[in-house]
Design a protein. Structure first.
Length: 712
């Protein structure tokens, strides 16, 4: 800011200062010079003999000038002292917010880790690596300990394991309070239980699975490191920082620049969950001194400042002109980039009003920019059938939150619908303030078509594989159905003969014998119907869907088909299902296809070995893992095994060791298992033969609906 003040025609004061204090002092000095000049001109015009009242005005002006000279340094000193105090308060507030932000970020990471530990997704080496990375990025943390419900150490990042009893009383009290209210708590800073080492403040994160207490995750902060790591060096050089408790008891102190002088001080409450701390700052600066000959020094400084300002102004004008030219070129370049993009861009303000669209978006929806800019919802490209979804998302925009990425359906000007993938992010100005929302829109019609085509091809391939499997067992199926049908015929013939004999001899029919024959006929009819229904369900073409399936039900459905093939090669089947085995969330027909393919391969692998070794074992059991329990199904044969050269290409498409094989069976099995979030592996059987295992995630109460909604 440049002020030029002309006083009559003799005094001129030029001010070039950004500080309100300097500007006020310069104005006061200018006023004093003006008053002095006026007094001199009046004095020259006075006659030699003046009445007494004539000199009262000059005397008053002189007194005013002197009082101004005396008042100005004091005022400047007072303003400077106020500015230092206000700066100390602002810096203290910034430091307090910095400490809060750092602690809050660490708290969020610990709570997230605790949630994953309680859910069973984080344990073992993954947890240890996670905690070690957290300590490396937060050097104020002394150690992190995971204790079980009894207070025993499960994992510790320190050199030795500790239990809850090794923590001081304040830490154990905070742990009990956190467990009671199910909310993480800080403990009051205290020395370790051994009274050696740094003073620590513990943060307790209780771990719950429902209402069951699983233990706690404890992060120990070094109070000295909180000040050393979180307080900037430039602030510590000018101030003495003290971390105290609510009773002003000193916990830690940092005085890099020396002890504070007690002139500029400020205290700020640092309220944390479970503990109240105070951040006190004491500046090492002394009170401002009165400058001698302030007016002369101010005039010289202002004169030099004027010359510097003129040079700076000339340099600033040149820079501004160069910056404006560069900005113009940059704007033209950015405009060309936006016009060349194939991705649609849309900007909205905080009220949801469209403020900008690029040509790609206009072409996408078939509307001109003039028809979109300035529009408020409902938008012309919204499809009527999805209006409720649009209104929900618009409500989120008004509340200040949006979904970063989502898919929806838009409508072109001609009424054609097309799927769109939208990426939404906050729109910030140059100061970092949010002014709206920026969206990137992609037309994913082609991608959806490719996904649908791949899905249909996969379904056709699986259906073809099931039909091929049924073709291989068609002959044995006829034999299998012939037995229950022949039995039904025998039982019904016997029942008719019994009835005819009773009628001829005029005696009552033996009801128990007749009932037994009809019940046996019914059992055989149900057996034949079960076989037919299993085949029909297996080969029926349908959409893949997931539902809760038990392994016992899966075995009951597929074992009749497996037995058809096993009888052909005189193979004995042994099944074993672990008790209390949890169900799985799966497509039952796909799993039946996997199990039938694996058992058929196992049966064919044993057709050329001695009869006593032709035993096929199918075992289902529960297997614990680091993330979640899995249900593992093993198909074990004692056949010829798999050679090493074949093992490398075993799951390759169209690779088969059979002359009539398609080479897609094991590939389809692996695809189906991976679709359910599991794995398919194989290994050599120590007793000879091969073991195929496929694992599936066990269905529990924590299973999310999103898992069930996945499709191939």
């Amino acid at each position: 800011m440049i002020n030029i003040v002309t006083i009559d025609e003799t005094a001129t004061s030029v001010v070039n200062h950004n500080s309100p204090t300097a500007d006020t002092g310069a104005r006061s000095a200018t006023l004093a010079v003006m008053n002095t000049t006026r007094f001199t001109s009046i004095f020259k015009r006075l006659p030699s003999r003046k009445p007494a009242w004539r000199w009262l005005l000059p005397v008053c002006l002189i007194l005013l000038f002197l009082s101004t000279l005396l008042w100005l340094p004091l005022q400047v000193q007072r303003i400077e002292a106020n500015e230092r105090q206000e700066q100390l308060i602002a810096d203290t507030l910034w430091v307090e917010q910095t400490i809060r932000f750092q602690l809050s970020r660490t708290e969020e990471n610990l709570r997230l880790a605790g949630t994953e530990i309680a859910a069973g997704y984080l344990s073992g080496e993954r947890l240890r690596h996670r905690l070690s990375a957290l300590i490396r990025s937060n050097r104020e943390i002394h150690r992190i300990v995971w204790l079980d419900a009894k207070g025993n150490s499960l994992i510790s990042t320190g050199a030795d394991d500790v239990t809850l009893g090794d923590f001081p009383l304040s830490s154990r009290t905070a742990s009990a309070e956190a467990r009671r209210i199910k909310i993480p708590q800080y403990s009051h800073p205290a020395l370790p239980h051994s009274a050696t080492g740094p003073m620590l403040m513990d943060y307790h994160v209780p771990l719950f699975l429902g209402d069951t207490y699983l233990g706690s995750l404890i992060a120990s902060y070094r109070t000295s490191s909180i000040l050393d790591e979180m307080v900037p060096w430039w602030f510590a050089q000018d101030n003495e920082i003290v971390l105290a408790d609510s009773d002003d008891g000193i916990i830690e102190k940092r005085a890099s620049g020396g002890s504070g002088r007690g002139i500029y001080t400020h205290r700020r409450a640092l309220d944390l969950p479970g503990v109240n701390l105070v951040l006190r700052t004491n500046s090492v600066k002394s009170a401002p001194k009165l400058l001698p000959n302030l007016l002369v020094g101010s005039v010289i400084a202002l004169s030099l400042g004027l010359l510097w300002s003129l040079g700076a102004l000339w340099r600033d004008i040149n820079r501004r002109m160069a910056a404006e030219g560069a900005l113009r070129e940059q704007m033209l370049f950015r405009k060309a980039m936006e016009n060349s993009l194939l991705t649609g861009l849309r900007a909205r303000d905080l009220e949801g009003r469209v403020t900008y669209v690029n040509p790609a978006f206009c072409q996408m929806v078939g509307l001109a920019a003039e028809e979109l800019v300035g529009k408020m919802p409902p938008m012309p490209y919204w499809a009527p059938e999805a209006m409720e979804e649009y209104q929900t998302r618009f409500s989120q925009v008004l509340s200040g939150t949006v979904t970063p990425q989502f898919e929806t359906v838009f409508q072109r000007a001609g009424g054609e619908r097309f799927p769109a993938l939208i990426f939404e992010s906050p729109l910030l100005d140059d100061t970092g303030k949010q002014t709206g929302w920026m969206g990137s829109i992609l037309d994913i019609s082609d991608r959806k078509k490719v996904e649908d085509l791949n899905r249909r091809q996969q379904e056709k391939l699986q259906a073809s594989s099931r039909l091929a499997s049924m073709g291989e067992i068609a002959s044995t199926l006829a034999h299998e159905l012939n037995q229950p049908l022949a039995a039904i015929s025998s039982y019904t013939t016997g029942a008719l003969n019994l009835i005819n004999s009773s009628l001829e001899q005029s005696r009552a029919v033996d009801s128990e014998l007749l009932k037994s024959a009809l019940e046996k006929a019914s059992v055989q009819a149900q057996r034949a119907g079960h076989v037919i229904r299993s085949v029909h369900a297996f080969v029926k073409k349908r959409e893949a869907s997931r539902e809760v399936v038990t392994i016992r039900t899966l075995f009951d459905n597929v074992i009749p088909l497996v037995e058809l093939q096993a009888r052909q090669f005189f193979v004995s089947i042994q099944t074993s299902v672990a008790p209390n085995l949890p169900p799985v969330l799966a497509d039952g027909v796909l799993l039946e296809q996997v199990l039938l393919n694996l058992t058929r391969n196992a049966i064919e692998a044993m057709q050329n070995i001695t009869p006593e070794r032709r035993v096929l074992r199918i075992i289902a059991k529960l297997e614990a893992s680091s993330t979640a329990p899995n249900v593992v199904v093993s198909v074990i044969d004692r056949g010829h095994g798999i050679p090493d050269d074949v093992m490398e290409r075993l799951f390759s498409p169209f690779f088969s060791t059979k002359a009539e094989g398609m080479g897609m069976g094991l590939n389809i099995c692996r695809t189906a298992v991976e679709f359910h979030g599991g794995t398919l592996t194989h290994a050599n059987n120590p007793q000879g033969g091969t073991i195929f295992r496929f694992s599936l995630p066990a269905f529990t109460k924590n299973t999310t609906d999103s898992t069930a909604a996945n499709t191939i």
